[in-house]
Design a protein around this ligand. Structure first.
Ligand code: KIV
Length: 289
């Protein structure tokens, strides 16, 4: 008889008759995230933009991988998320999807591919779903994206929304300061979150807002609310991978916890390699044919 049991990362192990162990991933779906919220289990989400990193994240048991348009900053070196194109997002997302066995993969609709009208939003979403194999798309905005959300959902594509600091509107805000600190903006955010839930989004990202407001929204909605700089009373957390690994150095908002200093690690390894090549210490006799 087969015995199937899960580990802490959510992978299932199937012990077969010959006693070999098969690792099976129970896929995270939008429904699983909803159940996690009901059980009070926190959702862990990170960004990834390529096959190799996504493979590590997935095997470590991350619940959601966001192919964020932050790729514009950390992969392409642009100052904002505005320049990245739909083709570039599709390239990044395709590699991520090829790596993933368990996590839910969500892809950002980049700036200029959904704001025009709901038809454009649907055709951009269809390209992402068809050409990458991802599971959902993400869009920034509140009431103004309602029609697009409904149209995309009618084609069977799950949508995640994003409120608070929405980096695609940086030229309107003019700054990356904390959002919704005044009553008008906070009320608009609460009303937008209700509109988005009613229109059918499966989850909501809240970026850089007061923790008390994050808590209020998470409590009032049934869908999971994932925070980045929205305190710890929301239903899950997301960070940009390159920031939390310490590959980027210049970006240090208060909400960012660095789990590693990978810049230094990589820098040190490259320095050693350069020295070994110059000293004719690499390759040695065992490393040649
Ligand atoms: O693009 C991105 O990385 C994001 C996260 C900050 C949520 O949207």
């Amino acid at each position: 008889m087969n015995f199937v049991f899960p580990d802490k990362a959510g992978f299932y192990y199937n012990t077969r008759k010959n006693m070999s162990i098969q690792k099976i991933a129970k896929r995270i779906t939008t429904h699983v995230l909803y159940e996690m919220k009901l059980r009070g289990e926190k959702i862990a989400m990170l960004t990834a933009y390529d096959y190799s990193m996504a493979r590590i994240l997935d095997q470590a048991g991350i619940d959601v991988i966001l192919v964020g348009d932050s790729a514009s900053n950390v992969m392409a070196g642009h100052e904002t998320t505005v320049p990245i194109t739909l083709n570039e997002m599709i390239y990044h997302a395709s590699g991520v999807v090829r790596a993933v066995k368990r996590a839910l993969v969500v892809v950002d609709l980049p700036f200029g591919t959904y704001q025009g009208n709901s038809k454009e939003a649907l055709s951009s979403s269809i390209r992402i779903m068809k050409e990458t194999g991802a599971h959902a798309v993400k869009m920034e905005g509140g009431a103004e994206i309602r029609e697009s959300v409904e149209r995309i959902l009618s084609a069977g594509i799950p949508v995640m929304a994003h409120l608070g600091l929405t980096p695609q509107s940086i030229h309107k805000f003019g700054t990356y300061i904390v959002r919704a600190t005044d009553q008008n903006e906070a009320e608009k955010l609460v009303s937008d979150s209700e509109i988005l839930e009613k229109s059918g989004v499966f989850a909501l990202v809240l970026e850089k807002i007061p923790a008390s407001l994050g808590e209020k929204v998470a409590k009032s909605l049934k869908i999971p609310v994932i925070g980045i700089g929205a305190g710890n009373k929301v239903d899950g957390q997301v960070l940009v991978l390159h920031d939390m690994l310490g590959i980027t150095q210049e970006f240090s908002p208060r909400f960012l916890r660095r789990y590693h200093n990978l810049f230094q690690e990589i820098y040190g390894a490259v320095k050693m390699y350069i020295q070994d090549v110059r000293d004719i210490d690499f390759p040695n006799e065992k490393e040649q044919y």
